[in-house]
Design a protein around this ligand. Structure first.
Ligand SMILES: NC(=O)c1ccc[n+]([C@@H]2O[C@H](COP(=O)([O-])OP(=O)(O)OC[C@H]3O[C@@H](n4cnc5c(N)ncnc54)[C@H](OP(=O)(O)O)[C@@H]3O)[C@@H](O)[C@H]2O)c1
Length: 316
């Protein structure tokens, strides 16, 4: 039996993305075969496809390469010794990070240790929005040690990482401020944040005495936001391309600052799924596109204006 997958045959614009047909793979010992329902699209997929960043550098001799770290789907086969799941069970995974990837596929074999069982209360699409972005949000909030009552500024609260980070920071009872364009002001207010329209004025002209900055934009926007911080504030910056610049400047100003690289954690995935299941956390999905429209999906993420997530429907 055959299945389809999406590959990056060479680095370039979204149009380079191509389809290939392969035999449905067989799981090795300790692996399971997953029939993928949804694959999440992340900015790192888009940057890597364009040949930018460390994942592209690492994979440049490894093309064609199948991108995709976020999957949800159903267990379709078990390799020798695999016993954590049953055939037919719904699962979600943050797979093959950072170098193997492979989620833009209809079927994939992965070590069973990379997967988390989906509770009945969480839909496959909501789950696929969570792995990379949700865990980045959770790890950034944890790394910053956000405390009750602190003033937290999250740049880009409406994005894939941002909308989860806002909700997690609100859940710690912090006073949460976030930047967005006009069309996302109401949306972010419904998540419990004070939303600041960056199109109207930079954050530094609107806010001061901030204890924690979670930077999801980087570059000049992040440098401006440093002016909002009070003495001894903490800074976490996620865009790896400008992390050094932002951290250097922040440290010169006397702040504690660090970049981060998200690390897959199935226990943390369980917690996020539980929160979604009981209604404590909402995932926002702007578009679910059939996998044949992967070019449009990449073009959308490339705008940097997506609200929440873009998913590929790998079933149709
Ligand atoms: N280091 C790591 O481990 C790691 C992990 C995950 C992500 N990242 C990086 O973190 C960044 C955010 O990721 P993401 O998945 O959340 O991206 P995303 O979903 O593409 O973010 C899109 C959001 O950014 C907002 N935005 C764009 N320009 C803005 C600005 N100048 N000020 C405020 N908001 C702005 C947009 O809101 P409006 O439409 O309202 O402008 C949109 O909702 C990316 O650079 C990504 O590569 C790093």
């Amino acid at each position: 039996m055959k299945c389809k997958q999406i590959v990056i045959p060479e680095f370039g614009s979204a149009e380079v993305l191509a389809f290939q047909e392969i035999d449905i793979p067989q799981p090795n010992a300790g692996e399971v075969l997953v029939k993928i329902a949804y694959a999440g699209v992340n900015p790192i997929d888009v940057k890597t496809r364009a040949g930018l960043g460390w994942a592209a550098a690492e994979n440049k001799d490894n093309l064609p390469w199948v991108p995709g770290y976020d999957i949800s789907g159903v267990i379709a086969g078990l390799g020798e010794g695999a016993q954590a799941f049953e055939v037919g069970q719904e699962v979600v995974g943050f797979i093959g990070f950072p170098l193997r990837a492979g989620g833009y596929s209809q079927y994939v074999c992965v070590p069973e240790t990379e997967l988390t069982a989906l509770p009945k209360t969480v839909a496959l699409d909501a789950a696929a929005a969570l792995p990379l972005a949700g865990q980045t949000a959770a790890q950034a909030i944890n790394k910053a040690q956000v405390q009750e009552g602190e003033r937290v500024l999250i740049l880009a609260g409406a994005g894939g990482v941002g909308h989860i980070a806002v909700q997690l920071a609100v859940a710690t009872k912090a006073e949460v401020y976030t930047t967005c364009s006009e069309r996302n002001l109401d949306y972010l207010a419904t998540l419990g944040a004070h939303a600041i329209n960056y199109e109207f004025a930079p954050a530094s002209e609107r806010l001061s005495d901030v204890d924690v900055l979670i930077d999801l934009v980087g570059g000049d926007v992040a440098l401006d936001a440093l002016k909002c911080l009070k003495d001894n504030a903490r800074v976490i910056t996620t865009p790896t391309i400008t992390a050094e610049l932002v951290c250097e400047k922040a440290k010169l100003l006397g702040f504690e600052a660090s970049g981060m690289l998200v690390s897959p954690d199935t226990k943390q995935m369980e917690t996020l799924l539980y929160m979604v299941g009981v209604g404590l956390l909402k995932t926002e999905i702007q578009h679910v596109l059939p996998y044949l429209q992967v070019v449009e999906a990449h073009q959308q993420v490339e705008t940097s204006r997506t609200r929440g997530k873009v998913l590929l429907d790998m079933q149709c």
